[in-house]
Design a protein around this ligand. Structure first.
Ligand SMILES: Cc1cc2nc3c(=O)[nH]c(=O)nc-3n(C[C@H](O)[C@H](O)[C@H](O)COP(=O)(O)OP(=O)(O)OC[C@H]3O[C@@H](n4cnc5c(N)ncnc54)[C@H](O)[C@@H]3O)c2cc1C
Length: 500
């Protein structure tokens, strides 16, 4: 195995050092949750894979944007479980949380003050299996006590996550990872991508391509039909969609981290940053997740509205959000004594962008899929399950809360309409805006990636295009990799996950 890692490292250095033309089985563009899942699945099945990311580490939003927590979600029994088991071997790399305090459910009989948002705390007695059971069964009430008992997520150290992803890829001996290397353009014709050009001047030819850039950069570049903003109600017959289409997208958040200190104090505000909130009436609350070592991961909800983000552009929005983070933290320390026992340790290097372009695929997942649930969906090609609530951060009038049943994502959502050797395995997949607001969780993206990598391996083995991969074969291959495709979870799969 060590030799395989060495050889893969040598290939990667050659590829970065020399600009030229290279061939491989599959190029995955973007090494976030979806791209990692795709690259690992394909490489494990023996394909020659190149994974390209413009950042300096793997993990994408879940690492660099500080989304250092997998929210509870059904179906994450494949590659995410492998990652979890590896992280668990490292001290303080990962834990499982339960709900702590929540401003919205403040009970003066039990608590001394109203928490400014929601809090989750490490709960050492919990098991991975418990993080796979979010949804509220029929007839059950979604009360605070229910949430405390049933909602568990997985916070992790971002550096450990990025390194462990890299280790798993290197161990396959079939994946070359190119970091600090951006996708620039693609050459495509007749529904087929031929090659892509990278920022280091090289061209990569491959039989199959996976767009895992988060915002569908490759798909947009080759002329796939894209969606942006909220679709009108009649486009997909979605009951909660607005009557007319809008350009609205979810707000963006710059996540930050605070660490305990011995001497409590209020940290001074950097010069030029006002103490009063200047972009809205009052400072927002935040979701606070405890890291395994007790630090706080603070996720303002949101730091900037989507419209302002679009108007400013990424660079100016990031700079403005950095100022807002400082002001937010100062306000919390000033008003709430508890936070004086922490200092601001880290501001995520990337903005957390919840929503951007999405591809129109061979099937578009809509709110109707989410409301039907798995038992009402008739798709023969479901490749992963999800059950997160529709969370548009205030973007649609009716808030439905939890879904009553998990739903499935069809393989056709990964196939850009009319394309034969390209898949999309990231939050830019073929989802309506409302479906994306539920489906985009990191582990769901990783499961979609696992399906994309597995589909590429099957396609190569059968010498066919990606849309021709048989749904039955793909689902059988995924079941072999311990991916949950049925609900409730089959007993054998449950026993497998219990052995963490
Ligand atoms: C603020 C916020 C809070 C969230 N909270 C949670 C949560 O609590 N739990 C949860 O599970 N999910 C949460 N989510 C959702 C989840 O984190 C994301 O939807 C998911 O991580 C997206 O994964 P992805 O693979 O689609 O994209 P990403 O992780 O964004 O990966 C895309 C990758 O592509 C690379 N890339 C982009 N363009 C190029 C290019 N041109 N060339 C090369 N590389 C490129 C990027 O560098 C990046 O690494 C949250 C999201 C946000 C923004």
């Amino acid at each position: 195995m060590k030799l395989a890692v060495l050889i893969s490292g040598i290939f990667a250095s050659l590829l970065t050092a020399v600009a030229g033309e290279y061939d491989c089985d599959v190029v995955v563009i973007g090494g976030g949750s979806g791209g990692f899942g795709a690259a690992l699945a394909a490489a494990r099945l023996g394909l020659d894979v190149v994974l390209v990311d413009k950042a300096d580490c793997l993990g994408g939003t879940s690492v660099r944007a500080g989304v250092n927590c997998w929210e509870m979600s059904v179906g994450a029994t494949g590659i995410p479980f492998d990652l979890y088991k590896r992280l668990k071997r490292q001290p303080n790399a990962v834990s499982i949380y339960s709900f702590g305090r929540h401003g919205g459910t403040f009970d003066p009989k039990r608590e001394t003050f109203r928490y400014p948002g929601g809090e989750t705390v490490s709960d050492p007695g919990r098991r991975y299996l418990e993080t796979l059971k979010r949804h509220v069964p029929h007839g059950e009430k979604n009360t605070p006590d229910y949430r405390r008992e049933h909602w568990h997520g997985v916070p992790f150290e971002p550096e450990a996550m990025a390194k462990t992803m890299r280790t798993l890829l290197d161990e396959t001996g079939h994946c070359r990872v190119l970091l600090n290397t951006a996708f620039v353009a693609a050459e495509a014709s007749d529904g087929r991508v031929h090659s892509i050009q990278l920022s280091n001047g090289s061209h990569l030819r491959a039989r199959y391509f996976v767009d895992a850039t988060g915002d569908g950069a490759v798909c947009a570049n080759v002329g796939c039909q894209m969606m942006f903003g909220q679709e009108s109600r009649d486009r997909f017959n979605e009951p909660d969609a607005p009557e007319t289409a809008t350009q609205r997208i979810n707000g963006v958040t710059l996540i930050y981290r605070a660490t305990p200190v011995k001497e409590p104090r209020i940290e001074p505000l950097p010069e030029g940053i006002p103490a009063q909130c200047w972009w809205r009436k009052n400072f927002t609350g935040a979701q606070v997740n405890h890291y395994p070592n007790g630090d706080l991961n603070i996720n303002m909800l949101p730091t900037m509205e989507g419209e302002e983000f679009m108007r400013l552009g990424y660079k100016a929005a990031l700079a403005e959000c950095q100022r807002r983070v400082r002001a937010h933290w100062h306000d919390w320390q000033t008003r709430i004594e508890e936070f004086r026992r922490y200092r601001l340790l880290w501001i995520a290097p990337a903005l957390g962008v919840r929503e951007s372009r999405r591809v129109v695929g061979e099937y578009v997942l809509t709110e109707n899929d989410l409301l039907s649930g798995l038992s009402g969906q008739k798709h023969p090609d479901i490749i992963c399950l999800a059950d997160h609530m529709m969370d548009t951060h205030g973007g649609h009038s009716k808030h439905r809360g939890d879904l009553t049943e998990p739903y499935g994502v069809p393989y056709r959502c990964l196939i850009p309409r009319g394309f034969r050797n390209l898949l999309v395995a990231c939050r830019a997949a073929s989802f309506s805006s409302l479906a994306a607001s539920s489906c985009r969780l990191s582990r769901t993206m990783m499961q979609m990636g696992q399906a994309a990598g597995t589909a590429a391996a099957l396609a190569k083995g059968l010498n066919v295009d990606l849309p021709a991969v048989s749904a039955d074969r793909l689902r059988a291959a995924l079941r072999q990799q311990h991916v949950q495709l049925e609900y409730p979870m089959p007993d054998a799969l449950q026993s497998y996950v219990e052995k963490e």
